[in-house]
Design a protein around this ligand. Structure first.
Ligand code: EAX
Length: 325
């Protein structure tokens, strides 16, 4: 059936206008080292759902869990270069890019989860996030990895003397390495994606991580002892490449920040759930768990490292964090 020229041009205009109404979809690559069934996976799921909701599906998140895109330092570098859009990472290696974050890695700095969350969500934590864009990142939101505990396959750790001589994998983080060196351990920095095999083969005697990571990465299956030292609170971050962020409209940036906040609520809830249930799972696997560790001797043991920390961050800045109620 032949259409009149007028009708054909109207149909053509209609085709173009509906095509315009089908909005372009952007898929963001988000990597992290934990499994999808973890405190990071929960954050990634909620972030993706809430973002798609707020942008009518224009922004989608493609997740790469379990170190599929490499270790945290590698992924942070890729986000800085813009070859990866986002990463959920502990602050472990972040200090190599944004030194100001290292203050939060100081052992025994935070009293408990409430204290840590107040500092990071408050003026001190928000001020640190402002330092990210200058280095090619946007810190969308502070997430949480959790209080770190020691595991090893040599003997139970009850007192600092038990740490002496142990080859302990640490993150690529100078603050943590200083603390373990001060306790007489042999700190061995290593990316998360190499850790399981290193523990399995005995290349390192032990490591330290929050319960959610010990669970999700099944570290307890290659360790005989866990001691709930809680020696460091490990913040996490949802980091975005400035390249990707700079392309966003103001309205979409708001959507990213709102989705990030909801992801943090879900992530922190999961950390506390894992801590409540995880010890039973670890014990059920036949691992010896020292649940009641007297942290006073450990605080004493790392005290000399505080001189080094005070030199780097200033005693006042450390006290300011400790004094947050
Ligand atoms: O962020 O590398 C680590 O020990 C981190 O705690 C882990 O990758 C989760």
């Amino acid at each position: 059936m032949k259409h009149s020229p007028l009708l054909s041009s109207l149909l053509l205009a209609l085709c173009f206008s509906t095509a315009g109404a089908v909005q372009a979809e952007t898929v963001l690559k988000l990597g992290y080292t934990a499994t999808n069934d973890s405190h990071y996976g929960v954050a990634a799921n909620v972030f993706g759902e809430e973002l798609a909701k707020r942008t009518n599906g224009r922004y989608k998140v493609q997740q790469f869990p379990s170190s599929a895109l490499g270790g945290e330092r590698e992924m942070i570098e890729a986000v800085q270069l813009g070859t990866q859009d986002m990463v959920i990472t502990s602050t472990g290696p972040v200090g190599n890019f944004i030194p100001a974050t290292r203050i939060f890695d100081i052992p025994f700095l935070f009293r408990d989860y409430t204290h840590a969350r107040k500092v990071l969500d408050g003026q001190i934590g928000q001020e640190v996030l402002k330092k990210f864009p200058a280095k090619g990142f946007v810190g969308v939101v502070w997430l949480e990895n959790g209080f770190r505990h020691m595991t090893n396959s040599r003997h139970p750790i009850n007192v600092p003397a038990d740490v002496k001589g142990l080859k302990i994998r640490t993150m690529e983080n100078k603050v943590h390495m200083e603390a373990f060196k001060t306790m007489g351990a042999l700190p061995t920095p290593m990316a998360m994606n190499e850790l399981f095999t290193a523990l399995q083969q005995g290349t390192v005697d032990g490591q330290e991580n929050p319960v959610p990571v010990i669970l999700s990465n099944k570290l307890y299956t290659v360790q005989d002892n866990v001691s709930l030292t809680g020696h460091v609170y490990s913040p996490a971050l949802l980091l975005m490449s400035s390249d990707a962020w700079n392309k966003l409209s103001e309205a979409d940036r708001k959507a990213f920040l709102e989705a990030g906040k909801l992801a943090a609520v879900a992530n922190r809830k999961r950390v506390n759930e894992d801590e409540d249930k995880g010890i039973a799972v670890i014990k059920g696997a036949g691992v010896k768990v020292v649940e009641k560790v007297d942290i006073k001797p450990f605080r004493e043991a790392v005290k000399p490292a505080y001189t080094v920390y005070a030199k780097e961050f200033g005693a006042d800045a450390i006290k300011k964090i400790q004094d947050v109620q």
